[in-house]
Design a protein around this ligand. Structure first.
Ligand SMILES: *[C@@H]1O[C@H](CO)[C@@H](O)[C@H](O)[C@H]1NC(C)=O
Ligand SMILES: *[C@@H]1O[C@H](CO)[C@@H](O)[C@H](O)[C@H]1NC(C)=O
Ligand SMILES: *[C@@H]1O[C@H](CO)[C@@H](O)[C@H](O)[C@H]1NC(C)=O
Ligand SMILES: *[C@@H]1O[C@H](CO)[C@@H](O)[C@H](O)[C@H]1NC(C)=O
Ligand SMILES: *[C@@H]1O[C@H](CO)[C@@H](O)[C@H](O)[C@H]1NC(C)=O
Length: 429
């Protein structure tokens, strides 16, 4: 083989590799159901606890659904909102029971779920896991429906590697209202290579973006008209079922360059963004916020990978991807490419997303319209009310900054090519 032939060979090999990978992406991979439930069950401490809890009202089966999800190092964490009484635990890890059912194990313990104990979690809607540090940033609204105690809302940072709480910050009532907050979703902001700020959507009576400054252990907030639904309410039809929502700011997402936080009200189609500079430096929000574009469907959760924004389209029962390039324009209708072919099972109310370290996008679909209208079917075990889905997107989440990893892949790739060439040579000669 001459040098020329070798180069041509290398070129063909490399471009065919690119072609194959492009084709796989374009066709779209299938989304798979990883877990599904008609109703939830927990890992009880003692036999008899479950029956007692049902009897004394601390466990009301039909008031329990999953909303938030984060996956780290093969572990799946989910939240169960305490919107109604009878929710025994609010933050959990999915595990298999001895009889092979998927059940929820209170995280980090049953003790941390005690209603009325302000040191424990009262009602957690969401959390974020930083894959670079293994720290889980947990937001607690501070009060459970059906409980009598109202605690201050708080943020708790938990180290998943060494299993201890490294930070607990109680929000002042003047920053996050004890009575009316609904801390809903959280993103982390890196400054100079370090996790420095958290931005939290407060879907409560006064809609807010709450800022937590980790370095100074301080918090403050912004309230702005773009956080409210433009028309006051929106009728959302999900999988044929409808309900009017007045929900303000809900989904938020951090761009992978840490320049912007994207946000939108749930009962609205407008997508906005605010430069992180303004949030970090307590700048002028109304002077700096930007209208990005109009979505075709309202959305609940959303998240950025390194390459694009993923949103759950509630009225389309689908997940859309918006490329980074298309988000640069302003005042546009977004392109909203469906991420995968329509699956066999329903995608009723795509709630929350996360991206694991292996390039999988995970999300929860939980039929929320049915939950709010008391029409979920908990008796019919053929019918799943909640599902955890997974689709491989081959992209890292917005927080992924481990550049060593990327170069390691490059090295593997070149070693592979060398090996193929060596085999080829040995066959030729
Ligand atoms: C209800 O039962 C559970 C499970 O046995 C127990 O842990 C809890 O303390 C009981 N609560 C009340 C209010 O009786
Ligand atoms: C539970 O069991 C299923 C099927 O055996 C397996 O795929 C899954 O990884 C298990 N989940 C956990 C959290 O161990
Ligand atoms: C939503 O509100 C509108 C206006 O008040 C009303 O006409 C409509 O019937 C409501 N829809 C539902 C599903 O409640
Ligand atoms: C922020 O900007 C708006 C719009 O330009 C202006 O009306 C307002 O006075 C500014 N607020 C502060 C505190 O500077
Ligand atoms: C954007 O979508 C809205 C609603 O479907 C439509 O009325 C409008 O014409 C669209 N605008 C553009 C620029 O395509």
């Amino acid at each position: 083989m001459t040098l020329h032939k070798l180069l041509v060979y290398l070129f063909v090999l490399k471009s065919s590799w690119l072609l194959i990978s492009a084709k796989v992406f374009k066709q779209g991979k299938d989304a798979d159901v990883v877990y599904k439930w008609t109703k939830l069950d927990f890992k009880w401490l003692h036999t008899g606890d479950k029956q007692n809890a049902i009897r004394n009202g601390t466990f009301i089966v039909e008031n329990n659904i999953i909303t938030g999800i984060k996956v780290y190092s093969g572990r799946i964490f989910v939240t169960v909102p305490r919107w109604r009484p009878g929710v025994p635990t609010t933050l959990n890890e999915v595990m298999n029971s001895s009889d092979d059912r998927a059940i929820l194990n209170p995280f980090p313990s049953w003790d941390m779920q005690k209603i009325g104990d302000c040191g424990a979690f009262q009602y957690v809607q969401s959390m974020e896991i930083d894959p670079n540090t293994g720290h889980m940033w947990i937001i607690d609204t501070g009060s459970a429906r059906g409980g009598t105690t109202q605690c201050n809302a708080k943020i708790v940072i938990y180290d998943l590697k060494s299993n201890y709480i490294i930070r607990k910050h109680s929000f002042l009532d003047s920053v996050v209202s004890k009575d009316t907050n609904f801390l809903n979703d959280i993103v982390i902001d890196y400054v100079n290579g370090m996790p420095r700020f958290a931005y939290i959507s407060d879907t409560g009576k006064v809609p807010k973006i709450v800022v937590y400054d980790y370095e100074n252990d301080e918090s403050y907030f912004f309230n702005h008209k773009s956080m409210y639904p433009e028309n006051g309410y929106m009728t959302i039809i999900s999988n044929g079922k409808q309900r009017n929502f007045t929900t303000p700011i809900d989904g938020i997402a951090m761009s992978p360059d840490f320049q912007y936080v994207y946000y939108c009200a749930l009962a609205d189609l407008n997508l906005y963004r605010i430069p992180t500079e303004v949030l970090r430096e307590r700048g002028n929000f109304s002077q700096s916020y930007q209208y990005v574009g109009r979505k075709s469907s309202p959305t609940d959760g959303m998240t950025f990978s390194q390459q694009g924004l993923y949103v759950g389209a509630l009225t389309a029962d689908m997940v859309f991807k918006e490329s980074l390039e298309s988000l640069q324009g302003g005042s546009i209708n977004l392109t909203e490419a469906p991420l995968f072919p329509r699956p066999m099972e329903t995608l009723e109310w795509v709630d929350t997303f996360c991206i694991d370290e292996d390039g999988n996008l995970w999300f929860v679909a939980n039929s929320l319209v049915c939950f709010f209208t008391y029409t979920m079917r908990f008796k019919n075990t053929e019918n799943a009310n909640m599902r955890i889905w997974k689709v491989n997107i081959g992209e890292q989440g917005y927080l992924w900054r481990n550049t060593n990893m990327a170069s390691r892949h490059q090295i593997y790739y070149h070693i592979l090519i060398l090996m193929i060439l060596m085999i080829k040579f040995s066959i030729v000669s």
